[in-house]
Design a protein around this ligand. Structure first.
Ligand SMILES: Nc1ncnc2c1ncn2[C@@H]1O[C@H](COP(=O)(O)OP(=O)(O)OP(=O)(O)O)[C@@H](O)[C@H]1O
Ligand SMILES: Nc1ncnc2c1ncn2[C@@H]1O[C@H](COP(=O)(O)OP(=O)(O)OP(=O)(O)O)[C@@H](O)[C@H]1O
Ligand SMILES: [Mg+2]
Ligand SMILES: [Mg+2]
Lengths: 272, 272
């Protein structure tokens, strides 16, 4: 089946959306059939690819409500890059799901149905990516339950590891109770300031932290991607044009970095 | 009475803590008596000034519970810079306050009591600053209810203005129902990348946005501080030494910028 990647970190502004969007686009450029699911009521991943669903246009909220099937809500932005968009309506889902008995498995159920249907008459995906909001709430939990792997964008600043413990704790809980086999496949160092002591120190601390992992933990084999995503203003400009970096500024450092990260993610799959 | 500044933005990682800490320290250097209240369960402002309360050490959580008075929980880090620290215990307050009848005014009540007591036998403050968490939840609402002014750190990137509308909406609601006279005194452009088109464009959009304000809105007279806080790795290193920028690297660009911002904030007070 498809590799299903939850791009998550409860810390705000660390590069989740930039990574989810550009990794999805990079994988599509390499020939994979990709679905990007926007799970943030802020809708940044959708906006980043030129989608701003309004009024009665379908969004992932309709999927969470059980009103519409996934294929009714998906929008193609490229032939092999599809987006299941979000807008502020999704904020209501967090409240509505609180009392639902199956609140953590709604997304997985919807995607499973879509997969069984798509193999008959549609396009099954090779990759599904979730752009998670900056929280460990029910939307992120749905992503962890539906995913096969977790990718963690991390800005190598002082507070980065503090959030990581809590993130791992949540991942372990979901893995144990709802999704055996969930692994944290990689940490992507984002907004990387080369040549700084701080980035090097945090990277060292992260390496040590991962080395101490229990062999049965979901992060026992987590790799730190060798590609560092450097700070590059083009990456911050691309969303205002509704384009992935490869369309907006193909030759820039940001495109090179996300291209390299894409190839690392693909190579990982060969070993799985 | 003191000027009470809520440093807030629900967007994560935009410079709230860096601004709250260095503005508080800057004001103390200029001779003001300052209290910095950490309202984030992540406790970053506290850590930034070398405080990591553990076990039974008092924190702002004890104030929210009504168990301890403000003065029992405050820690001096300099003679005229005091901190009311936070740690992860504060996360419980968000849940516990949900059903409390006075849940939005707990902080204001506690600070009012402290002020009336301090003027007899202690140190009344000239400035009280709140470092808000990245959310519009009950902790931030308490800050808005207790504050006289709001300062908004903003990273001039594409999504910055989207969050601002929601922030202003919340501020207007609190002002109308719980805190008449609350104003948004200023927006501080943080993590500013000079010479980039993006920063200039967002700044232009922000200026236009503010000019269209209703004359009765809390942001009718909001100024954009002329000081831009430039990106400077020293500002990201200082928290790992538990020091404000003026102690860690007095001559660096980050210290110059926060010094300049401090003087702008003081000058504002002269006009109030
Ligand atoms: N490598 C980079 N270089 C320059 N700017 C970047 C880079 N990565 C991300 N940005 C910019 O930094 C900001 C935060 O990035 P992004 O939105 O991807 O983070 P996020 O983790 O998804 O945030 P949120 O928690 O709000 O969802 C955005 O304005 C983005 O355009
Ligand atoms: N001008 C700057 N130059 C370089 N690094 C900075 C600057 N301002 C803040 N930082 C760093 O960027 C990160 C985010 O800043 P900060 O913690 O102040 O944001 P925040 O809005 O308080 O985040 P949160 O939403 O998590 O509370 C921190 O690691 C901080 O040290
Ligand atoms: Mg995002
Ligand atoms: Mg903060």
């Amino acid at each position: 089946g498809p590799r299903i990647l939850a791009v998550m970190n409860q810390k705000g502004g660390v590069g989740k959306t930039t990574t989810a969007v550009n990794l999805a686009a990079g994988l599509a450029e390499e020939g994979a059939r990709v679905l990007l699911v926007d799970l943030d009521p802020q809708g940044h991943a959708s906006l980043h690819l030129g989608l701003e669903p309004v009024g009665s246009e379908p969004t992932v909220y309709d999927v969470f409500r059980g009103d519409l099937a996934v294929e009714r809500c998906v929008r193609p932005v490229e032939r092999t890059l599809h987006v299941l968009p979000a807008n502020l309506d999704l904020a209501a889902a967090e409240l509505e799901l609180v009392d639902a008995p199956n609140r953590e498995t709604v997304l997985r159920t919807a995607l499973t149905r879509h997969a069984s249907q798509a193999s008959d008459d549609g396009m099954p995906y090779d990759f599904i990516l979730f752009d998670c909001p900056p929280s460990l709430g029910v939307l992120t939990i749905n992503a962890l339950v539906a995913a096969t792997e977790v990718i963690i964008p991390l800005q190598p600043h002082f507070f980065a590891l503090q959030g990581l413990s809590k993130l791992f704790q949540t991942t372990a809980l979901v893995a144990r109770r709802l999704n055996r086999g969930l692994v944290v496949s990689g940490v992507a160092l984002c907004l990387y300031e080369r040549g700084t002591r701080l980035a090097a120190d945090v990277c060292e601390d992260l390496t040590a932290f991962l080395e101490e992992a229990d062999p049965s933990a979901p992060w026992a084999n987590t790799q730190i991607f060798s590609t560092r995503i450097r700070r590059n203003i083009k990456l911050a400009e691309a969303p205002s044009f509704g384009q992935p970096i490869f369309k907006y500024a193909r030759g820039c450092a940001g495109a090179k970095d996300y291209g390299a990260l894409t190839r690392e993610v693909l190579a990982m799959g060969a070993e799985m």
